[in-house]
Design a protein around this ligand. Structure first.
Ligand code: DAH
Length: 318
């Protein structure tokens, strides 16, 4: 029996001694009780000392800054669940790799931008009411958390225009997080994701753009899909279109069910000019659409608010 166990056994015996107090004549009880209490205090102190000594054993030091598997073996209490990628991020990876396979470069957008990239570089006339259509947030310093990934068009055109001089074309997609000051409900979030596409060459056509969109959606939903366009208005494209896809049958889509997925069009000559590209020599098309919507449709999700909710039950399903 080790020291600690001995002490505990002694304590047990002593506790039984207390029973005897009742049997003693009243004048002797006081002294007997005091003796027992003194013994008990001594035993409890010895127990505490022995317990502390038991904890003070030599343990192998571990490197707490190292990845967990370096300090093997893992104690059994160590949490082993490592979480998983957020569904929007893993789907965004799929989106990007589909475009990469089609030959597009990828450039990430930023989460804080300015008036020039949000509006001026995109041919929004000063004071034009279309500026109000984007429900933009503004910081106290006058910066703008981008309301769409089109804020990157000017940067893409400038960064890649040397490809045109070398006889090539610009083909870039820009995924990014965007922000709008609007009322939140099951289909609207203040924070969501978009992916923008920009293509410029000497002789590209609207037909090629629609072909790229159709190819993208068919790859993403892994099935044949019909795509439709209708006239739209964006200051940075002329002509401008809105595009829709047929709701996938696997998700309850019936013949004739179309869902709006984004906007597109031929890049406005002023947008090319502002980036130093001659619109007499080059043409371009651009498109942009929401990622949240795309993912909701793929998984049959009914409420966009789940994505930003941090709800673990939701996240664990992916
Ligand atoms: N940025 C637009 C929006 O969020 C969508 C869009 C329309 C993007 C036309 C484009 C475009 O690149 O050419 O509403």
């Amino acid at each position: 029996m080790d020291e600690l166990e001995k002490l505990k056994a002694e304590l047990k015996k002593l506790n039984i001694e207390y029973e005897k107090i009742r049997e003693l004549p009243p004048e002797k009880r006081g002294e007997f009780g005091r003796e027992l209490n003194a013994k008990k205090t001594a035993i409890l102190a010895a127990i505490q000392k022995a317990e502390e000594a038991a904890l003070d054993v030599d343990v192998e030091p571990i490197d707490i800054t190292a990845p967990c598997d370096v300090n093997q073996p893992l104690p059994s209490l160590y949490p082993v669940s490592q979480g998983s990628a957020h569904p929007l991020m893993s789907e965004l990876d799929r989106v990007i790799s589909i475009y990469q396979l089609m030959g597009f470069d990828v450039l990430e957008s930023r989460q804080l931008d300015d008036e020039f990239h949000m509006f001026d570089s995109l041919n929004f006339a000063k004071e034009h009411p279309a500026r109000d259509g984007y429900d933009t947030f503004r910081t106290e310093e006058g910066l703008i958390p981008p309301a769409h990934t089109s804020t990157m068009q000017h940067r893409v055109l400038k960064k890649y225009k040397n490809k045109l001089d070398d006889g090539g074309e610009i083909a870039v997609v820009v995924p990014g997080r965007v922000f709008r000051n609007e009322d939140v409900d099951a289909t609207h979030e203040h924070t969501f994701y978009q992916c923008e596409g920009v293509y410029v060459s000497r002789d590209c056509t609207m037909g090629q753009m629609i072909g790229i969109l159709k190819e993208f959606f068919e790859k993403y939903y892994e099935q044949k899909l019909d795509i439709r366009t209708q006239p739209g208005y964006f200051p940075f494209t002329e002509p401008s279109l809105e595009f829709m896809i047929e709701k996938p049958k696997a998700l309850g889509g019936k013949k004739g069910d179309y869902l709006e997925m984004g906007g597109c069009g031929m890049i406005h000559p002023n947008v090319l000019k502002m980036a130093g590209i001659d619109p007499e020599q080059y043409h371009g098309f651009a498109w942009g659409g929401g990622i949240d919507r795309l993912v909701m449709l793929r998984y049959g999700l009914m409420d966009v608010r789940y994505f930003e909710s941090g709800n673990l039950n939701f996240l664990k399903e992916f």
